[in-house]
Design a protein around this ligand. Sequence first.
Ligand code: GLC
Length: 566
Amino acid sequence: MTQYNSQLTTESTQRTDIDRQWWKEAVTYQIYPRSFNDSDGDGVGDIPGITEKVDYLDDLGVDVVWLCPVYESPNADNGYDISDYRAIMDEFGTMADWEELLAELHARDIRLIMDLVVNHTSKQHEWFQQSRRREGEFEDYYHWVDGTPDEPPNNWESIFGGPAWTYDEERGQWYLHLFDPGQPDLNWRNPDVREAITDMVTWWLEKGIDGFRLDAIDHLSKSDGYPSGDPDAPIVGIEHFSHGPHLREYLSELAAAFEGYDTLTVGEMGGADIDQVDDYTGEDSLDTIFQFEHMGVDTGPDGPWDPEQFGEWELSELKKLISQQQNEIDWPTLFFGNHDQPRPVSRFGEEGCHAESATLIATLLLTLQGTPYIYQGEEIGMTNNEFDGLAEIDDPMTVGVVEDLIADGAVNSYEEVRDLVNYQSRDHARTPMQWNESENANFTDEDPWFDVNDNYDEINVEALRSDTDSIWYHYQDLIELRHEEDALVYGDYELLLPDHDQFYAYKRTLDDERFLIVLNWSGESATFDADIQATDSEKVISNYSDSPTIPSGETFRPYEAVVYRC
Ligand code: GLC
C-alpha cells in the first residue's frame, strides 16, 4: 500500500531566513511506560523494556521521546501522582536504568523529554505529609480551607468526578484536588513551592534531559478566595481553576529555570482557546502548548462525557479547527491521540478501511506545520478496546465520571454508558503495546497489568514490519520525508475546498517549494475538482499503489491520502 518515491525528494537547501529550532524539525514519540514493554516479567512495562526498544524507535525515525511519568508514585493515577520527584518508581526500575535509557537514546540522537507534573503531587509525597501536620515551611504547600467535615468549602467538582475537596481528619481541614483525591493541588501562591519546583526542574535538567511536557499546566493559578462555580457548567468551577490570574507570571518564573539549557517545553492546556496559546508561549514562557480544540470536534457543548452526544463529527468542522490552529498559533503542536484520548483510527477512521484510515491520519499528522507527536501504537494502527463493565476499567477518570453519571441519574447503569465508555475512555490508549502475535502480544511473559487488545494477532509490530506496504512503513516514510523537506516543516499552510465534506486538501509552501496534500476522508470515492494550477505535480507518498499522478479531475478512493510535490 505504501508508495514512497524517494527519487522525488531533494536535499533541502540550507536557508538562512527560517527561525530554525531542533524542536520544530523533530518528530516526537510518546511512551506510556506501564504499557510499552515489560523486561522483567512482572506484567508491568518498565524502563529497561524501553531501552530494549531504542533501536525500534531509531528505525521508525523519531527524534524525541516524551516519557510519561516514571517517578516514585503510589499510582492513584498511573504515575501522575508523584510521591518523590527525584526517584524512579520501583516497578519501572532504578535511576541507573533511567540513566542507561537516556544514554542509549542520546547515542542514537534521540532526545528525551520528561513529564513534569507540578499542579499536584501524590498524597504520599513528604511535602503533603508534612503539610497535613503543619510542619514548618510546608504548612501552606497545598490549598487548605477551614470547614466542617460534612460541607465542602464550595461546589467545585473534580475533573475526575465527585467534589474537588476532601476533608483531612489529621489536619482538620479540607484540601483541594482538581483530579483524584490522591492528587492534592500544590499551592503555587506560595513562593516556597515555586522555588522547590524550580530546584527540582534544574536537578533534572542537570541530568541531561532535553525538556519537559508540563502536565495540566493551565491549572496552576486558582482564582483568589475560592468562589463558587457555575452550577450549569460541565465541570463546576473550572472557570476558577483554569488560566487563573497568575498563570502567566508562574510560567515565566518556571521558564527562567530553562534558560541556558537547549530544551523543548510543551505545556498541556486542556482549556486554552486557540487565540490564547500565543499568550503563554515565547521567550519568557513555554515553547509550545498542546491545544485541544480539534479533539472536541466529536463532543457536544457538555464535553466528552455526555451520554447523549458523542461520536458525531463533521469534516468541515475539523478542517476549520485545524486550520485555525495552523494560521493563528505561532508554532502548533500536532497530535490526534495520547494517553488520555481514544485511539485516533477508531475515532476518526472507519473499521472496514483500517489501514487506509490509519495512514490518512498519519499523512495529516506529518504534513502540517508544527511539532508532531506520535503516541505509542499509532504507527501500527492500534484500536480502541471493548470494556464490558466498570470492573474492567483501570482509569480513575472513567470510573469517577461514570459513577457521577449514575449518581446524578443521567444514566441508570453501566449498560447505558457502555457505548460512551467504549468510545471515550482513556483506557483505550493504555492497553499494552502489541509487539507480535505470541501470547500477550509479547508485551510481557506473565499476566499483563491490563488486558491486551484481542486484535493483537493481526495488529502487531512484527506483522507490520514484515510487510513493506504496511502502516508502519507509511509512518517511517512520512517521517523521512518530513526530515528532508523544509516546506513540510516550515512552509505556509493553505486550506483548499474548506466546505467539501469528503476532501481535506491543503498546500504547504516555502518560497518555490510546494506540496499539495489530498486526503479523501470518507468511505466513498470522490472527484477532486480543485484548480491547483499545476500540471506537473509529482506523487511523493500515497496509501494506494496507483494513486492519481495529477490530482485535478481524478477520483480518489476511500481514505486515499496522497502527498504531491507541485
Ligand atoms: C493530565 C494527564 C493525565 C492526568 C492528569 C492529572 O491531563 O495527561 O493523564 O490524569 O493530568 O495529572
